[in-house]
Design a protein around this ligand. Structure first.
Ligand SMILES: [Zn+2]
Length: 107
């Protein structure tokens, strides 16, 4: 799964949240992590879970300052002429965790 550290977490699947979040957050929104809670509109695949678990670890590392620091990272990306979401340093780290997952084919 997500490499050496799998932090304590809880996954909450809320199908009805999809429309709201895709309209107001991101058109392809799938999940948001708040502390140890991973809220998603459908069950996550292994790579998607690894991505959100990276955010769980980021919450643990930064505590309640995390939302502020996440927002600052978006500001920094934008100031550098990059994308607020994709080039946010926290998202870059989560994407690396995502890509580290090797999907094992079922024999
Ligand atoms: Zn993310």
């Amino acid at each position: 799964m997500a490499g050496p550290a799998t932090p304590r977490h809880r996954i909450i699947v809320l199908p009805w949240i999809r429309g709201i979040m895709q309209r107001f957050v991101l058109p392809n929104w799938l999940a948001i992590t708040l502390g140890p809670l991973i809220i998603c509109w459908r069950p996550l695949e292994a790579r998607e879970l690894a991505h959100e678990l990276a955010h769980v670890l980021q919450w643990r590392r930064h505590g309640l300052r995390y939302p502020w620091r996440y927002w600052r990272a978006s500001e920094a990306a934008q100031a550098a002429g990059l994308d607020r979401y994709r080039d946010n340093a926290f998202e870059v780290e989560a994407r690396a965790a995502e890509l580290s997952v090797v999907e094992t084919p079922i024999a």
